[in-house]
Design a protein around this ligand. Structure first.
Ligand SMILES: Nc1ncnc2c1ncn2[C@@H]1O[C@H](COP(=O)(O)OP(=O)(O)OP(=O)(O)O)[C@@H](O)[C@H]1O
Length: 303
């Protein structure tokens, strides 16, 4: 999983070489301003009334990260002159697919395949370097756990912050803050600063905020891994419920079992390219064969 805030990488796109990735996003939920901001760059957010058949359309999408770093090759050169270097990483290469309404799409692939990058681009957090992304409806994303949270604020205050950042009005946030806090089942910790939370408590709060946005499109990136068994069961039930009401759902996971359980469509990415788009069964079969692992209980949980 990647960190949104700590990155010095810049997703490269024509005419925008200096823009910082964090300026178009950086929190677990995206709506309104961020989606409109990304709109200028090949990402188009439309309201959910535009089309009934499609939730997302991705055409020839490429994303390249550009990272600047100081290179200090020798002691002598370090004294005389620092060298600046730029590293380019092509995270997605000409990715094309459509997502009909009602789809729960699993995204699988090895480490570094481009799964999180794809999700972040669909959410409008990263602008495409090339190609187009069209999204019909409000996306609520659960990308990296707790990214965007302020650890010095209480859980309740973060709920309000998260809601506003996700594009909810102040009234909506006030109306739903208690419900979100209750669902997370944090007891009196809800009023304690986040720095006192365990990672599982963090994940409960982040998940609760994301799913209570009543998103048209829900994006989940291995978010449930930190929760305990009871929380995972509750989160699974919530995801099943959302799958009925949301226009589409995306799930990135190394747990192939959850992809199989939750999803009805799948994409297998490898080195930024789509290797296969098909049913979860087909993609998991091809992927496990490709990486030469059997479908044992442990590999279905984690590859
Ligand atoms: N902020 C960044 N700056 C520079 N390169 C990045 C950044 N984030 C991702 N990358 C690179 O982009 C490629 C795709 O990364 P990404 O995180 O999308 O893969 P992933 O499939 O989600 O991996 P994992 O399963 O390990 O979480 C990798 O080569 C990675 O090194």
């Amino acid at each position: 999983m990647i960190s949104l805030s700590a990155s010095d990488a810049v997703p490269q796109r024509p005419g925008a070489a200096g823009e910082d990735a964090s300026s178009v996003g950086g929190i677990f939920s995206v709506a309104g301003r961020r989606q409109r901001s990304a709109q200028r760059s090949g990402y188009t957010y439309r309201d959910n009334t535009g089309r009934s058949d499609l939730a997302v359309s991705v055409q020839n999408l490429s994303v390249t990260y550009r990272t600047r770093f100081e290179r200090v090759p020798t002691f002598k050169k370090a004294i005389t002159r620092r060298q600046r270097a730029i590293m380019e990483i092509q995270a997605l290469r000409e990715v094309t697919f459509d997502v009909p309404t009602g789809t729960a799409m699993g995204i699988i692939g090895s480490n570094g395949a481009g799964k999180s990058t794809l999700l972040r681009t669909l959410a409008g957090i990263l602008p495409p370097t090339d190609g187009r992304v069209e999204v019909w409806g409000r996306a609520s994303t659960l990308l990296a756990l707790g990214v965007g949270f302020n650890v010095n604020l209480s859980g309740r205050e973060n709920v309000r912050l998260g809601g506003l950042a996700a594009g909810m009005s102040k009234r909506e946030v006030e109306e739903r803050a208690d419900e979100i806090a209750d669902w997370a089942e944090l007891g009196e910790f809800i009023d304690a600063p986040l720095r006192t939370y365990s990672s599982g408590m963090f994940s409960r709060l982040a998940f609760s905020v994301a799913v209570h946005m009543r998103p048209d499109i829900l994006m989940v990136d291995e978010a449930l891994s930190a929760g305990d068994a009871k929380f995972r069961a509750k989160a699974d039930a919530k995801m099943a419920e959302l799958r009925q009401s949301a226009r589409a759902m995306f799930l990135v996971s190394h747990g192939l079992g959850s992809i199989k359980d939750v999803c009805n469509d799948c994409i297998w990415l490898h080195k930024g390219r789509v290797m296969m788009h098909g049913s979860p069964d087909e993609c998991i079969d091809a992927y496990t064969e490709f990486v030469q692992v059997g479908k044992t209980p442990s590999t279905m949980e984690e590859i």
